[in-house]
Design a protein around this ligand. Structure first.
Ligand SMILES: Nc1nc2c(c(=O)[nH]1)N[C@@H](CN(C=O)c1ccc(C(=O)N[C@@H](CCC(=O)O)C(=O)O)cc1)CN2
Ligand SMILES: NCC(=O)N[C@@H]1O[C@H](COP(=O)([O-])[O-])[C@@H](O)[C@H]1O
Length: 226
């Protein structure tokens, strides 16, 4: 409830597909100096078994499972060129309708493992709602899914010594939207992939909260508070 002095809390919708450790970081940061005056209005997962749904439920956050299967059954065309294109577009169109009902001020992709089509991006953009994504690579370095494993392979081959994490705006071109902030992660000294994953996740949890705060702040004041 807004009062004359305190604005209404910024409304956050989070999209997930899995464990939800980054969602947990956002949950834990609500209404702290790290993420002041915020409320998570919904968590949406494309995977029914995503542990992040449980994290949300345990913290009183509304959840929705939005699965692709009914769309693949309705639009079964998996021909080589189609690749369930119609199913994906119908899925994304309904996903946009679903999240717009909550009137979010920001949509955060926190381990959401689907490429979003313009059927989702356009309606959300028309509502002037920013969409941001957490990505385990530096801007313009590695693109798409499986970046941590790819960075590790190149490290083992002596082709790289560092990787990183970024938070960026989501546009149609995957992982190429304007960077909001990023942080390098040194790979030297890592003996296993799991060790690198631990270093990366440790950086992610801070970056996703700060990236969300900056974009929320920009929505409030017009300036991204760095
Ligand atoms: N249009 C955009 N969509 C998404 C972006 C983006 O920047 N633009 N960021 C991603 C997150 N992401 C990397 O950060 C990412 C996630 C998933 C994939 C991918 O190839 N997914 C496959 C597999 C889907 C499945 O498992 O069923 C796919 O969608 O075919 C690439 C990048 C969020 N989306
Ligand atoms: N391309 C997107 C991508 O790879 N995202 C990655 O998914 C994981 C989600 O972890 P979480 O479910 O524990 O938050 C995170 O490592 C995030 O960087």
């Amino acid at each position: 409830m807004a009062t004359d002095s305190t604005p209404a809390p910024a409304r956050i919708t989070v999209l997930i597909s899995g464990t939800g450790s980054n969602l947990q970081a956002i949950i834990d940061s609500r209404n702290t100096a790290a993420l002041p005056n915020t409320v998570i209005v919904r968590v949406v997962s494309d995977r029914k078994d995503a542990y992040g749904l449980k994290r949300a439920e345990e913290n009183g956050v509304p959840t929705t499972y939005h699965g692709i299967l009914p769309y693949k059954k309705k639009y079964p065309d998996d021909s080589s060129e189609k690749k369930f294109e119609e199913a994906r577009r119908a899925y994304d169109s309904d996903l946009a309708k679903l999240i717009l009902i909550d009137r979010p001020d920001i949509v955060v992709c926190a381990g959401f493992m689907r490429i979003l089509t313009t059927e989702f991006l356009n309606p959300v953009k028309e509502s002037s709602i920013p969409i941001i994504n957490l990505h385990p690579s530096l801007h313009g370095d590695l693109i798409g899914a499986g970046c941590i494993k790819r960075a590790w392979k190149e490290f083992e081959e002596g082709k790289r010594k560092k990787t990183g994490v970024m938070v960026h705006y989501v546009i149609a071109e995957v992982d190429m939207g304007e960077m909001i902030l990023q942080q390098e992660v040194e790979m030297e000294g890592c003996v296993t992939l799991e060790e690198l994953e631990g270093r990366i996740h440790g950086v992610e949890h801070g970056l996703i909260v700060e990236g969300t705060r900056r974009v929320v702040e920009k929505g409030r004041t017009g300036k991204e508070g760095a």
